[in-house]
Design a binder for this molecule. Structure first.
Ligand code: PEP
Length: 255
């Protein structure tokens, strides 16, 4: 297993936080702190913050992402935003299938698949989230669940398109809870996801896919998690709202 074959990516997920003015201020604070990063740095922000965020990040190594996207190109889908709309305002990445979307907004593996294909067709890079609940883990379903979620989400995605997919293994019990997976649990979960990709696309392709860990990653535990062979980066919620903490994680991924 060769980590060097994969891009390390640290992505923030701001969730429903920050006004446009606050987004601008936070990015201005982050820019000098992450300027020397040897990994890709992405901030996924609320829709209304996108213009302020792309303006603040212009000329820096910070890329801007959205937190969701609809699968239709246009039409009567009140409250939704299409992939082309995101592209038009300078978005490069989009999170799809976050557990909060699955838990609170009826997201299913099938709609995750539709969103993934629409985003890729529009030329966006996808951060695809998968992960088990505590109950599923305790019942021993983690591996099967990760395989199922990964395979369904990627149905119809070509090997060429897969180059624009990052997968984030995010155990639901670790998101926003302060309970982090151990380094070994993160490595194991990411390995299950990589095996699922290998089953669908072959081992050589799977070796090149960036698989992040997400779930209470912070300035203190990032180095250990990122040292694991299958952990190619992080999807960071809470700690991405603090410039100092986020930059420590970026530095840990740059080693
Ligand atoms: C997330 O929102 O994807 C996440 C991992 O959140 P947190 O880092 O706060 O657990």
């Amino acid at each position: 297993m060769d980590k060097a074959k994969r891009a390390a990516v640290i992505a923030g997920n701001w969730k429903m936080n920050k006004t446009p003015a606050e987004a601008k201020a936070l990015i201005e604070e982050m820019k000098p702190l992450v300027a020397d990063a040897k990994c890709d740095v992405v901030l996924c922000v609320p829709y209304v913050d996108i213009p302020a965020a792309t303006e603040a990040a212009a000329g820096s190594n910070i890329k801007i992402g959205a937190e969701n996207v609809h699968f239709k190109a246009s039409g009567a889908y009140t409250g939704e935003v299409s992939a082309d709309m995101l592209k038009a305002v300078g978005v490069e990445y989009v999170i799809i299938g976050h557990s909060e979307r699955r838990q609170y907004f009826g997201e299913t593996d099938q709609t995750v698949n539709l969103r993934t294909k629409a985003a890729l067709d529009a030329g966006l890079k996808v951060i695809l989230c998968v992960g088990e609940t505590l109950e599923q883990r305790e019942l021993g379903y983690t591996e099967a669940l990760l395989e199922y979620q990964t395979k369904i989400a990627l149905t119809g995605v070509t090997a060429e398109q897969l180059k624009n997919v990052i997968i984030a293994y995010e155990p639901v019990w670790a998101i926003g809870t302060g309970v982090t997976a151990t380094d070994e649990q993160a490595d194991e979960g990411n390995g299950f996801v990589r095996n699922a990709v290998a089953a669908a696309y072959g081992a050589d392709v799977a070796e090149t896919v960036t698989i992040q860990y997400g779930g209470s990653m912070n300035a203190k535990n990032a180095e250990g998690l990122l040292s694991k062979v299958n952990v190619d980066g992080g999807l960071i919620g809470g700690a991405s709202l603090k410039a100092a903490d986020f930059s420590v994680i970026v530095k840990a991924a740059s080693k």
